[in-house]
Design a protein around this ligand. Structure first.
Ligand code: DI6
Ligand code: FE
Length: 404
């Protein structure tokens, strides 16, 4: 006898089949046991099975729980002032060079108590969860020294405790250079500290599932990123990269060389970068919230990614500077409206392909036997509505098969 049987529903399993990219099953039922999906199929196929609890869903659509695979959720303060500066014409680089940007959040984060950090992050987490997020990645990157980065990773883990959400943490010590280490030997020493101190310490403590870096003219050079990646590899951690966001640094090719789980942003990606990602199996994570908030004009080359067979994920990039976005539906809508993804691509972008970007495709991202029973139930007429409404919330969520 199973724990639960969901009936009277239509399911977008997101397990693509020929001619059925969303893996749709009409007149469906889903069997759940021990927190996992044990069977999904036509109601008639599951008719012989019994469950302790049978839940009829009134004809609603069921999708996998949403996966937000790129966020910077834990930080102190806000940067609402920069929003105004930007409207007055300041660029990302102008703000960063004037001591605003990431550096100001690093200072506000250091000043925040553990309680303040956790409370504010929990509030943002809850907003994303209300929109259907059941798995979320959270990066460090506002600490920039070993103890502070580990404090952020710990806070990210802490806010998930007892909550119906799965949290995946990423070390992003190579997010910005500390103010006193912008050049020369101090700069070199910071990169060395990431490679020789932070990554081994975080790996040993089991505090992160991957290592990320920001490869950009205002952040780390490809050569510096490579030192970080080599250390990650030596410590058994997969890598990801903020690549080609503001300029083309050939970051995507570097990410591919290290078989990165993902390369993220990619507005300035070229064909060679897309091909390298395709060959390496590196997922493209597009972040329309940052494109929108920065009022960027150059869009990521979606067609190049499609042509190169690169799986496309999308994410909120929730952060105080460039993407103050707390709504997964807005992300899916913007991915369609601003970047030209189809609604089907947008849904795959926040489910299966986001799971791939986290190395979690065996666990979440589709509704299939053996995977976690993390599900969203939507009162819609067709799945494409998920890329259409802005701010629609699921009528019901299941996490590990439990109502949440
Ligand atoms: N690119 C981004 O969009 C975020 N980090 C990054 O490397 C911005 C983070 C911030 O501005 O605080
Ligand atoms: Fe980011």
């Amino acid at each position: 006898m199973w724990d639960r049987l969901l009936t009277d529903c239509r399911v977008a399993t997101m397990a693509a089949a020929p001619g059925n990219p969303l893996g749709i099953v009409e007149n469906a039922a889903i069997g759940i046991d021990g927190g996992r999906v044990v069977r999904v199929g036509k109601r008639t196929e599951l008719a012989g099975f019994r469950a302790k609890e049978v839940t009829a869903l009134g004809g609603s659509w069921v999708t996998p729980g949403l996966v937000d695979c790129h966020t910077h959720l834990v930080f102190g303060g806000t940067r609402s002032g920069e929003h105004a500066m930007r409207r007055a014409g300041a660029s990302y680089e102008d703000i960063a060079r004037a001591g605003g940007g990431i550096a100001s959040t690093v200072a506000a984060t250091k000043a925040a108590s553990a309680d303040e950090l956790e409370q504010s992050a929990r509030c943002r987490l809850h907003a994303l969860m209300r929109g259907g997020v059941t798995t979320i990645e959270i990066k460090s990157g506002y600490g920039l020294d070993t103890a502070s980065e580990m404090r952020l990773l710990n806070a990210a883990r802490t806010i998930g405790r007892g909550e119906p959400v799965r949290i995946v943490t990423t070390l992003l010590a190579a997010h910005a250079l500390p103010p006193d280490a912008k050049e020369g030997p101090a700069r070199d020493a910071y990169v060395k500290m990431i490679a020789e101190e932070m990554i081994p310490a975080v790996a040993k403590a089991g505090l992160a599932s991957s290592v990320d870096a920001f490869c950009e003219s205002i952040a780390f050079t490809p050569a510096e990123v490579e030192r970080v990646f080599a250390a990650a590899r030596a410590n058994g951690l997969p890598v990801r990269l903020h690549a080609e966001q503001l300029s083309n640094q050939k970051g995507a090719e570097l990410a591919a060389k290290y078989k990165a789980l993902s390369a993220d942003h990619l507005e300035h990606l070229d064909a060679a970068g897309a091909r390298a990602m395709g060959a390496a199996g590196t997922v493209a994570v597009l972040l329309p919230g940052a494109f929108y908030a920065l009022n960027e004009k150059k869009k990521p080359p979606v067609q190049l990614l499609r042509d190169a067979g690169v799986p496309i994920a999308i994410a909120s990039d929730c952060n105080p500077g460039t993407s103050p976005v707390l709504n997964p539906q807005l992300v899916m809508n913007m991915a369609c409206t601003l970047f030209g993804l189809t609604p089907e691509e947008a849904i795959a972008g926040m489910t299966i392909n986001a799971a791939r970007a986290l190395g979690l495709a065996h666990e979440v991202g589709t509704i299939e036997a053996g995977k976690a029973a993390d599900l969203c139930v939507w009162r819609i007429n067709e799945p494409a509505e998920l890329g259409y409404w802005v701010g629609l919330m699921p009528e019901r969520r299941f996490f590990g098969g439990m109502d949440s």
